[in-house]
Design a protein. Structure first.
Length: 370
């Protein structure tokens, strides 16, 4: 690298840090987070998505005062340090962090078909790209070289690479840990699916994998996990199942004790935690329903976001022609595995306030997941 190019690169990095610090200190994220947009040209005005996702930036401000005391938003000195000098320079670029059953396997496989990207663990089906390094505690986390050895071929071939570990969305320590290790090189993609549909899909996946312990009735399963979440929060059955969205900080770090199924769908909690601990400009949020219907469009946006060149229309069509880890065919779902009207009402009462807060934050239509 020539001295002039190196100087310009250093200046650009410094400027990026200053802009992010200014936004954090002023409580603003509106100019810094990327939300998957809809290109409305040529679309029918009655198309579901033409109303649901029309913004490319977070519509409201992040209240820094609501962030935890030890968060990155309240530690600009750590933000500056890790932006310029992360703990490791040999990091992958792409991190698909969830949500579970949100289309993460398909997206990772699609990105891995790009000529300039080399995925890992692609031949193990639904586990493709899943490494789960950053959610491990210090006592169980392997040495850094063990992690990066997985990407050795990609590094040798000078290809971009990355992983897809769905626990990263909900594990509260991951955002700050990832940024401290990799700095601004890390690009995070979140796929958020209607949490009611996500819960049912997760339930059916457990049946398919034999991990439901003979509990095949989804109503009983929902009751079990609602009780588990209620006990985790130490509240009585007569109280609301969870605190309101403005008390989201009280819901952090519940992934392990709550068992994930209900808690994982509280996307507002998880996104707020990421925004408090990771540069918003390095986060792309995608509506899974949009990805399911328009995979080529979303893949183009992901390529642009992580810095991969665009492909031809034929290549995008070919790349997205297969759906990975699709799950149960609807005709094989028994009656007891179907939600009742009461089940949906319970889930909507739990998720409703958090969905509305999420839509406001992202600038999505309040009808996005009706």
């Amino acid at each position: 690298m020539t001295p002039r190019v190196k100087t310009l690169s250093t200046f650009a990095a410094g400027l990026s840090i200053l802009v992010f610090i200014w936004c954090i200190l002023s409580g603003r994220t509106a100019t810094e987070s990327r939300i998957s947009p809809i290109q409305a040209q040529g679309q029918d005005k009655n198309d579901f998505f033409s109303d649901s996702i029309t913004h490319t930036r977070i519509a409201s401000t992040l209240n820094v005062n609501s962030c935890p005391p030890n968060s990155l938003a309240k530690s600009p000195e750590n933000l500056s340090k890790w932006s310029s000098s992360p703990l490791h320079s040999d990091c992958p670029t792409l991190f698909i962090v969830g949500a579970r059953k949100g289309g993460t396997t398909s997206l990772y496989q699609y990105v891995s078909k790009h000529p300039d990207f080399q995925g890992v663990l692609l031949d193990i089906g639904s586990k493709a790209g899943e490494l789960y390094y950053f959610n491990k505690g210090n006592e169980t986390q392997p040495a850094w070289h063990v992690y990066t050895d997985v990407f050795a071929d990609a590094f040798k071939n000078k290809k971009m690479t990355g992983e897809s570990s769905v626990a990263y969305l909900v594990e509260c320590h991951v955002p700050q840990k990832l940024f401290s290790y990799c700095g601004n090189k890390a690009k995070v993609v979140m796929l958020l699916r209607n949490p009611v549909d996500r819960f049912q899909s997760n339930f059916l996946m457990r049946i398919r994998h034999g991990t439901n312990k003979n509990q095949n009735n989804i109503s009983d399963f929902l009751s079990r996990y609602k009780d588990r979440l209620t006990k985790t929060l130490n509240i009585s059955q007569g109280d609301p199942a969870i605190p309101p969205p403005d008390q989201w900080i009280n819901l952090l770090c519940l992934f392990k004790p709550s068992g994930n199924l209900l808690f994982e769908g509280l996307y507002f909690v998880h996104l707020q935690n990421w925004l408090c601990n990771f540069p918003p400009d390095n986060i792309l949020v995608v509506n899974s329903e949009e990805f399911f219907q328009y995979p080529q469009r979303i893949l183009k946006q992901v390529h642009e976001f992580i810095g991969l060149r665009q492909l031809s229309d034929n290549e995008y069509q070919s790349t997205t022609s297969v759906i990975y880890n699709k799950g149960f065919d609807a005709k094989y779902i028994s009656e007891e595995q179907q939600f009742t009207r009461e089940d949906k009402a319970i889930l909507n009462s739990i998720y409703g306030p958090y969905n509305r807060a999420l839509f406001k934050l992202l600038g999505w239509s309040q009808n996005t997941w009706k």
